[in-house]
Design a protein. Sequence first.
Length: 329
Amino acid sequence: MKRLLAPATALLAIAAIALTGCSASAAGSGDDYPNRPINFSVGSEPGSGWDATARALVEVIEREDAVPVQVNVQNRPGAVGCVLLNDMINRHADADNEIAMTSVPLQSMELRGQCDVHYTDVTVIARLLIENFLVAVPADSEFQDLGALLDAIAADPQSVPIAASGDDQLPLALLVDAAGGNPSAINFIEFESGGEYLTALMNGDVVASVSGVTEYGAQIEAGELQGLAVLSEERLEAPLADIPTAVELGYDVTLNNWRGVYGPPNMPDYAVEYWQAKLQELLETPSWQEIADRNQWGTAYLAGDELQTFLDESYAQLQTALESVGAAG
């Protein structure tokens, strides 16, 4: 049974919120916006995909001298972004100087019953990119192909600990389901960041991990990890071109993650419009293209009505996928 989770361009993956902030009324009108530092929050630890994307954007802003005020990245981990979401809603409603990274957990945590925030409770500003999921193991792992890993999970799930949190669990759940196993029996070990995933892999605390390419690409290229499969429709580009797709291996599962930027509820229109235009401008710079190519990110900007359509379709498809593997709340 085909497990395709993507509305036209793709689906899935970073969330964030700010520690300080005033209301939009305190900041005045948008005539001279932005006129004070911007808090760019990330709902995870340093080293995560959300963190990498936020810091990449700030790097491009600084290279291009694109924003007239300081943009400060803040890490606000907790409950796969839910802590930050609630903070944005409860402490920063109406603010014009608070933005945050987001991705699929903005929708899926509510669908899982793990966060009471709906994606319409905040102001989603723009989608930036799409990133592919991959399944990785240490280079010297006993599991040298995806089939062997899935067979081991089917035979004795508890003996095969897998590092994956939140929506990073969904790709493997769909693969196990496609292989005839029981997704609800997978022994997932949850961590807050890709750095913790990597440490657990290298220490032998887990036997495999599922995450975005950003978090493991460098280690695979260096020969420390091995990619068993990517869940894209086509193979990645070099230096990761040797990793087969799940479809090639006989598992008709494609899944990817999207990342974007959101603001607080009732963010002033002038701030939303500023960041929509500024983010689109940044994604067209050579500085961004260099970073995107290095991380194998597929730039996929959306805003306005197109973004709303994407979010609504993604929400419905994500709900169907989570229900299919018994992960809906």
